[in-house]
Design a protein around this ligand. Sequence first.
Ligand SMILES: CC(C)(COP(=O)(O)OP(=O)(O)OC[C@H]1O[C@@H](n2cnc3c(N)ncnc32)[C@H](O)[C@@H]1OP(=O)(O)O)[C@@H](O)C(=O)NCCC(=O)NCCS
Length: 149
Amino acid sequence: MTTHALATAPDFTPTVGHAEDGDTAALVRLWQEAGLTRPWNDPQADIALARRGPHSTILVARHEDAVIGSVMVGHDGHRGWIYYLAVDGTHRGRGLGRALSRAAEDWLKARAVPKLMLMVRPENTAVRAFYEREGFIEEPRVIFSKRLD
Ligand SMILES: CC(C)(COP(=O)(O)OP(=O)(O)OC[C@H]1O[C@@H](n2cnc3c(N)ncnc32)[C@H](O)[C@@H]1OP(=O)(O)O)[C@@H](O)C(=O)NCCC(=O)NCCS
């Protein structure tokens, strides 16, 4: 993926590119501050797994060498999924969430994945309007899961 600059304001020109080895601590902090971590998920293991294989990655937004946004994206051969979409609290409302979401879409389109999915925790009411604005629709589905670890 080409790292590209986002034209937002003359003094604010973040870039979006792939996460690097040294980004793990900053990503974990970003996700914790955004309220996206849970005690039963190890974010460091999630980062390592997403970056390990060819079917997933983590995209980060950077400004002056600081990680200020992220999205994990991957596909299972049928659907694309995004996780951990987060923007640093001081940089929200400047188009970064949209840019990261679109970068994940581009990553999936480049792999001919036809549909993008994501899950929102029921208590995260604030983010629903963001996704609706970005063209996502709420699907009437029930999700089952089973832990394998
Ligand atoms: C969701 C999140 C990533 C959005 O990032 P952001 O950089 O503030 O979003 P943007 O500035 O790109 O916003 C894009 C559009 O959505 C709108 N929007 C953003 N957040 C919104 C909200 N909470 N409610 C309504 N609209 C919202 C913006 O107004 C903008 O619309 P417009 O430019 O057409 O007027 C950010 O709020 C965040 O990190 N939240 C906490 C983590 C989280 O809940 N992640 C999702 C897990 S499922």
